[in-house]
Design a protein around this ligand. Structure first.
Ligand code: AHR
Length: 500
């Protein structure tokens, strides 16, 4: 490569940045299609290897990406969920319907205790979304009593159902998309609900902190952000929030019609350009939050994000099943980099969704399981969990296709708890490889190695028959004039450790 093809990324390993919360790597699991049933829960009597009904293969895969939290039970499902239907002996569970997602029967065999068992098995925190739309404050308060109290009737009921000790509810979401499927409420109306739900949502487990998260903006709309943050700044007592939620998908228009496979550069460029808009969105809402909360006490929580594509042909469109390609791995990496750069305000995010739904980590079919390119990005990014963000300076150049123009590369750097330096690099360019030279201030880098996720095509996917088409490969730098230089294939994501 000529020097012109080489982009230098300069990192100051001694700089002091915000913590990249591990909760940025959170997951979302809704009762939707095969997100839970089949994907997580197969039942105790299933021939598919399981622990108390929960798939062992899925648990092992999720443990490997150190999932920090799981948001459940929805989504739109949450505002129609009645927790009492999902506790107690399986034979007494009350089946209902899932009107949002295909109208299928919801057997309620996976309920509160199964979810808490699941997050316990994978070592994640629970992020539970309360029903504000069709539930009551009393129902929500009792759910929390069931989860967290001792020496009360509901605490005793939990013990009788097999869990004597109170659970830890780390995050409590007050509704979901209350501007939409959660009740189509005006911001002013939702605010009144929020205050009362927040006040009456008691966590009775004194050993565990519970953070409450309010419904926030729908994409670029600012009414919820303004209304809730203004009220929060002026509040006198009795309610509080630790986070304000933002939902934003990469869609290229509604209804979702972008193909999961069988696309070319025009569709790729348009999709990636839209993905990069997440940065503007965070800036826009962050600026409003800064006005009311300059100390950044309230986090912006991007608890639904990812690629929302046309459903897999032949599947129930209400199940939101889609394949997951190398392009989607790029979408994941770019979003994670954006969240990390805004780590002072964005302290939690949940990709939609964990298994078999939208931009999933894992696809299953009966006993079969496959890990998606997006899964591999999450695995490669584990070193960034709770690491310290470092400034990465670089001139990204431009990648252009027709009317689309965007940076050619992206880079994000951090120092982990052991002082080790990590760099994430994305070559966005569809056609051209790129060389990246790493310049580290202070002590020079002596070796750089890690992994790269590249693929034969932008629409390459992993299937049950060919599960390793897109998997990380070792990547090492060569030293050029005393500096490590890495070669990144077109449309690739790399994460490397820097030895000094
Ligand atoms: O993730 C699918 C759906 O998208 C969720 O249920 C809802 O909150 C959002 O509109």
């Amino acid at each position: 490569a000529t020097a012109a093809d080489r982009i230098t990324v300069t990192i100051d390993p001694a700089a002091d940045g915000p913590t990249i919360s591990r909760h940025l790597f959170g997951q979302f699991a809704e009762h939707l299609g095969h997100g839970i049933y089949g994907g997580v829960w197969v039942g105790r009597d299933s021939p598919i290897p399981n622990t108390r009904g929960i798939r062992n293969d899925v648990v092992a895969a999720l443990k490997a990406i150190q999932v920090p939290n799981v948001r459940w039970p929805g989504g739109c499902f949450a505002d129609e969920y009645h927790w009492r239907n999902g506790i107690g002996p399986a034979s007494q569970r009350r089946a209902g319907r899932n009107p949002n997602w295909g109208g299928v029967v919801e057997p309620n065999t996976f309920g509160t205790d199964e979810f808490m068992d699941f997050v316990g098995q994978i070592g994640a925190d629970a992020y539970i979304s309360a029903n504000v739309g069709s539930g009551t404050r009393q129902e929500a308060a009792e759910w929390l009593e069931y989860l967290t109290a001792e020496q009360t009737a509901l605490g005793d009921e939990r013990a009788a159902n097999g869990h004597k000790a109170p659970y830890k509810v780390a995050f409590w979401g007050i509704g979901n998309e209350s501007w939409g499927c959660g009740g189509a409420m005006s911001a002013a109306h939702y605010l009144e609900e929020l205050k009362m739900y927040s006040h009456f949502s008691r966590n009775y487990n004194p050993a565990q902190v519970m953070q409450q998260i309010a419904v926030g903006p729908d994409g670029a709309k600012t009414e919820y952000t303004e209304t809730i943050m203004r009220a929060w700044a002026g509040k006198v007592w009795s309610w509080d929030i630790a986070g304000l939620s933002l939902h934003s998908y990469t869609l290229n228009g509604w209804p979702p019609s972008v193909k999961a496979t069988g696309f070319g550069e025009p569709e790729y460029a348009r999709f990636i350009q839209e993905t990069l808009g997440m940065d503007d969105l965070i800036r826009k809402h962050g600026a409003i939050m800064d006005r009311y909360d300059p100390q950044k006490k309230v986090a912006l929580v991007v608890d639904e994000w990812g690629a929302w594509l046309a459903p897999t042909p032949g599947t129930d469109p209400g199940f939101l099943m889609q394949q997951n390609s190398q392009r989607d791995a790029i979408v994941a990496a770019l979003n994670l980099n954006i969240f990390a750069r805004h780590a002072a305000r964005v302290r939690m995010a949940n990709i939609a969704q964990m298994v078999n739904v939208l931009q999933a980590m894992i696809l299953t079919d009966q006993e079969k399981m496959v890990l998606t390119p997006t899964y591999h990005v999450f695995r490669m990014y584990v070193p960034f969990h709770d690491a310290t963000l470092l400034p990465a300076r670089f001139k990204p150049e431009r990648y252009r296709y027709g009317k689309y123009a965007m940076p050619r590369v992206d880079a994000m750097a951090a120092r982990d708890a052991n002082g080790k330096l990590w760099v994430a690099l994305t070559n966005i360019d569809y056609q051209r490889p790129v060389e990246i030279a790493l310049a580290v201030s202070g002590r020079p880098a002596v070796a750089v190695s890690g992994q790269i996720l590249a693929a034969p095509q932008a629409d390459s996917v992993n299937t049950f028959a060919a599960p390793d088409t897109v998997t990380p490969q070792p990547l090492t730098a060569s030293m050029v004039q005393g500096r490590p230089v890495l070669t990144l294939a077109p449309r690739s994501v790399a994460v490397v450790a820097v030895e000094q």
